[in-house]
Design a protein around this ligand. Structure first.
Ligand code: WT7
Length: 567
């Protein structure tokens, strides 16, 4: 039987107390996510059970029991406390998917500090704006990434410690740097965990904004209540499952469901730090006998492209439940997965801001391929009119997705950005900024984003950030950045660029500009295509009309540009 039982029965008389009871938590009590995902599982008698199976390049493998991750997170916590890290200070994890990332996350949280995970492929500019905005106190990183931090150190007066987890003593440490080796450090068995409460901050994730700089989404310890119950009811994890979440903890899926959810349930999870190829992924599932797999549409489409024949070369019979998130999961991908794995990917919808799954297809519920499913029990979801923010009752009519605030994992603020945070609430609804419609059976169908943000392979990229970075290239006078269609990534970044006088358009310059953005921002933000143009379409007040360029890319009607020109 599925953990959720019957969806329709679960929505009747739902209360988050169901999760609180399973977590032995009573409102008002201490709640620390770090304790819940390590110590509590050991107290339940699962100390010797595997918590983490990790695989790195060259066939390297490491295994950790729940008792290992309990002690090692204590060890990291103690090290941070000895450095003087205080509760609520921000400690950034700037690491590849190595065990220190997962266990370090728990360690930071045990001290009461706020974990700030950042994608390790970020370039120095991406890193700078996020560390500056958060006034981060310490960064935990690897030697290979420390150069990017050294480059921006002068601009970060709040950054007191750079903790290097793989220092081998060969090159001298520089200003503010300190070495810490998790495996070699004396293990700390007893650690006084900070008695955080429901509203104590836990995690700070950065997400791209439409017009401004990235926003720091603040989460709190009681987010665990939502994360625990959604893991149970959507991902359906059971004690003997071997679970694989393919997301990087630099993004929210990788923390909510790639660290917290599965460990809070005491399940064994696998991590691969090898990178993507269809063959490596299938081998990984086969070798570890993965049973539950949470992934993303871009990966699924890449697997589709690799062909059906390849699937047959592996024994994937261990798989029993598949789920997906991050971008539209097209019906073809669901049908394909049913053909080759005998299982459909269950689409789920949520955001960095929502902290946990909001709309989903549940095990045992009828799947309509292409639909995101229905709101999680306890979540009131609707589609509202974009002008009045009144709920749309009419079936099939497109509007903005809206949720009634109140679920535990909801963000508590945008760091240092109260105005933008407030702007997300309208007429008593939280508005995620996506368009959808609801069909006659209550299923939600995603239509598109309500802004210019590009969703490339499930990662949000702000055109504004890319345009700002492009301006720093000596050849660029101005630019407009939009989404361009792509089979695998759904959308990729495309830049329209006007060159400064004296610069000549060429393929070499295109490569140079692409590389410039990759290094400064990240490989995700790098334009896959640069088109040189003599000028850009603008409104009378000089605002660039990205919409016109985007419509052209997608072969859509441009619509009434006379009104656009009026702003
Ligand atoms: C945005 C949130 C938390 C998941 C990882 C991304 C888009 C998310 C779906 C889906 C269509 C989706 C939305 C959303 N999105 N899930 N199932 N179908 N679009 O978190 O980086 O905060 O992005 O991703 O546009 O607002 P994120």
């Amino acid at each position: 039987m599925h953990n959720i039982g019957s969806y329709d029965e679960r929505i009747q008389g739902f209360s988050w107390e169901i999760a609180e009871r399973e977590l032995d938590y009573q409102p008002g009590n201490v709640i620390n996510i770090g304790w819940y995902i390590t110590d509590r599982i050991c107290q339940m008698g699962k100390g010797d059970k595997l918590a983490l199976i990790w695989e790195g390049l060259g066939g390297k493998e490491k295994r950790y029991t729940y008792n290992d991750i309990r002690q090692l997170s204590n060890t990291i916590g103690q090290f941070l406390r000895d450095l003087g890290i205080q509760p609520e200070q921000r400690v950034c994890l700037f690491l590849d998917r190595i065990p220190e990332l997962y266990i370090g996350f728990a360690g930071i949280i045990k001290t009461g500090a706020i974990a700030q995970p950042l994608f390790s492929a970020f370039g120095d500019e991406s890193l700078l704006v996020r560390l500056e905005n958060a006034e981060t106190t310490a960064v935990i990183t690897q030697k290979k990434h420390v150069g990017k931090i050294r480059k921006i150190l002068d601009k970060l007066p709040h950054l007191k410690h750079i903790i290097i987890v793989d220092d081998n003593g060969k090159s001298p440490l520089q200003e503010r740097e300190v070495a810490f080796n998790m495996e070699e450090a004396a293990r700390v068995d007893q650690f006084e965990i900070q008695p955080t409460l429901a509203e104590s901050p836990s995690v700070l994730h950065y997400t791209s904004g439409t017009t401004g700089m990235p926003k720091g989404v603040k989460h709190v310890h009681c987010s665990l209540i939502s994360q625990y119950l959604t893991t149970s009811w959507v991902l359906d994890l059971k004690d003997d499952d071997i679970y694989w979440c393919t997301a990087d903890p630099g993004w929210v899926t990788g923390t909510s469901y790639g660290i917290i959810g599965a460990w809070a349930m005491g399940v064994t999870q696998c991590v691969s730090d090898v990178g993507f190829s269809a063959e490596t992924w299938y081998k990984f599932i086969e070798r570890h006998r993965i049973t539950v797999w949470y992934s993303a549409p871009t990966a699924i489409r890449s697997l589709m492209k690799a062909g059906d024949e390849l699937v047959r070369q592996f024994d994937l019979s261990s798989l029993r439940h598949l789920a997906s998130v991050g971008e539209p999961l097209n019906a073809e991908a669901v049908i394909w997965s049913n053909k080759v794995f005998g299982l459909m990917f269950h689409d789920s919808y949520w955001q960095t801001e929502t902290g946990s799954i909001m709309i989903s297809n549940y095990p045992g519920m009828k799947i309509k391929p292409g639909s995101m499913g229905k709101p999680f029990p306890g979540v009131t979801g609707a589609v509202v009119d974009p002008e009045t923010y009144e709920q749309i009752q009419e079936t099939g009519k497109i509007g903005l997705i809206a949720f009634r605030p109140g679920w535990p994992a909801m963000m508590r603020m945008y760091w240092n950005n109260e105005a933008t945070y407030k702007g997300k609430f309208k007429n008593g609804w939280y508005i995620p900024g996506d368009r959808a419609y609801i069909d006659q059976d209550g299923y939600f169908w995603f239509v598109g984003r309500d802004d210019d943000i590009i969703n490339t392979g499930g990662h949000l990229v702000s055109p504004f950030e890319v345009e700002s970075a492009l301006l720093e290239h000596p050849a660029v006078a101005e630019s407009a950045v939009v989404a361009k269609p792509d089979f695998v990534n759904m959308e990729v970044v495309k830049a329209f660029v006007c060159l400064k006088p004296g610069y000549v358009a060429s393929d070499e310059l295109e490569l140079e500009i692409m590389n410039f953005i990759r290094k400064k921002l990240s490989p995700l933000a790098m334009p896959q295509d640069i088109e040189y143009v003599p000028n850009l379409p603008k409104t009378r007040s000089g605002k660039i009309m990205r919409r016109v360029l985007k419509a052209k890319e997608w072969g859509e009607e441009i619509g009434d540009t006379s009104t656009l020109e009026d702003d």
